[in-house]
Design a protein around this ligand. Structure first.
Ligand code: NAD
Length: 288
């Protein structure tokens, strides 16, 4: 039988642990960890994502320090806001919501965020700490995948792990996190010659290609754990990169979309915000 990993339940537990740690460590709500979300422009999807993050911050008992900037804000204007938040000791964590409106250089703006406040783990500095295996804040989605694997008892050490996709946001840090946990890691991408031949070696298959329904039974080794990071909005709701129904009876565990990896991203943002404020053992990943 193929188990569907319940990302909503695991995310709920992580968020409850963060809330408990915040309550214990910060009896005065005025000094609780503060996350500054920066939203530039009026992109409707980004507005929803930021609203969800802000609600999660408040539900965890942390401080919601939002900055909304008009769509026409210049590179220097956004930079000035980030610099102000970076210098403010009352701000523990900064998240610049992506994508930015055309004309703004996201990488340059992200790199103004100090590594200690970089709760998305996307600055060059944070990526370097990850690559060297040093303490730092890790990108939320791949951290959430590790949390899902570890909390459902999947053995990472010694496993053959294949990551489909090599983006700075998901695939690349995913591979690093699996490597640090002693998996044997292979990364495949759009130029890989025989994708199925490689994915069929995977005990743990993490799919983050952003291609709807690209992975099916022919890509999966019997007994594998398959994690679907992809998210696609369709007329029938959200779907992923994996044809999950085909894996029934083949994979040991799969993550559904929705309700798998998605909820973990916000949960790990809460963990990172608490860590940025100098606390937090709320998730297994926080020990890396
Ligand atoms: P991206 O487009 O930046 O990167 C996609 C990667 O997949 C690239 O490295 C590319 O080489 C590879 N790829 C593309 N087509 C491929 C193919 N046919 N075969 C093999 N490899 C292929 O995307 P991203 O930002 O990494 O996001 C990937 C997916 O994950 C998207 O669907 C995105 O919406 C989703 N996502 C979900 C969450 C979440 O919270 N669940 C968070 C971030 C991204």
């Amino acid at each position: 039988m193929t188990v569907h990993i319940d990302g909503r339940a695991i995310a709920y537990e992580v968020r409850a642990r963060v809330a408990a740690e915040v309550a214990a460590a910060f009896p005065d709500p005025a000094t609780a960890p503060g996350l500054a979300t920066v939203l530039v422009g009026e992109d409707p999807a980004s507005a929803v994502y930021v609203a969800n993050k802000r609600r999660a911050v408040r539900e965890a008992g942390m401080r919601d320090l939002h900055r909304a900037l008009p769509a026409g804000t210049t590179q220097a204007g956004v930079a000035a806001v980030i610099d102000e938040l970076a210098a403010d000791p009352a701000v523990d964590a900064i998240l610049l919501q992506l994508p930015l409106p055309p004309g703004l250089d996201a990488a340059a703006l992200i790199d103004r965020i100090p590594a200690g406040k970089d709760v998305d783990g996307l600055t060059t500095h944070s990526a370097g700490l990850l690559a060297r295996g040093e303490q730092g804040l890790r990108p939320c989605t791949p951290s959430g995948v590790i949390e899902l694997l570890e909390s459902t008892g999947v053995t990472i050490r010694g496993a053959n792990a294949v990551v489909v996709g090599r983006s700075a946001l998901v695939g690349h840090p995913m591979a690093e996190l699996l490597l640090q946990r002693d998996a044997t890691v292979t990364v495949v991408h759009r130029h890989t010659a025989d994708l199925a031949a490689v994915t069929r070696t995977a005990d743990i298959l993490v799919v983050a290609a952003g291609v709807p329904a690209m992975i099916g039974a022919e890509h999966v080794k019997p007994g594998a754990t398959v994690i679907d990071v992809g998210i696609h909005r369709t007329d029938n709701g959200l779907t992923g990169d994996v044809r999950i129904a085909e894996l029934d009876g083949i994979a040991t565990r799969v993550t559904p979309v929705p309700g798998g990896v998605g909820p973990m991203t916000i949960a790990m943002l809460m963990v990172n915000t608490l860590r940025a404020a100098g606390h937090g053992q709320s998730a297994r990943c926080s020990r890396s």
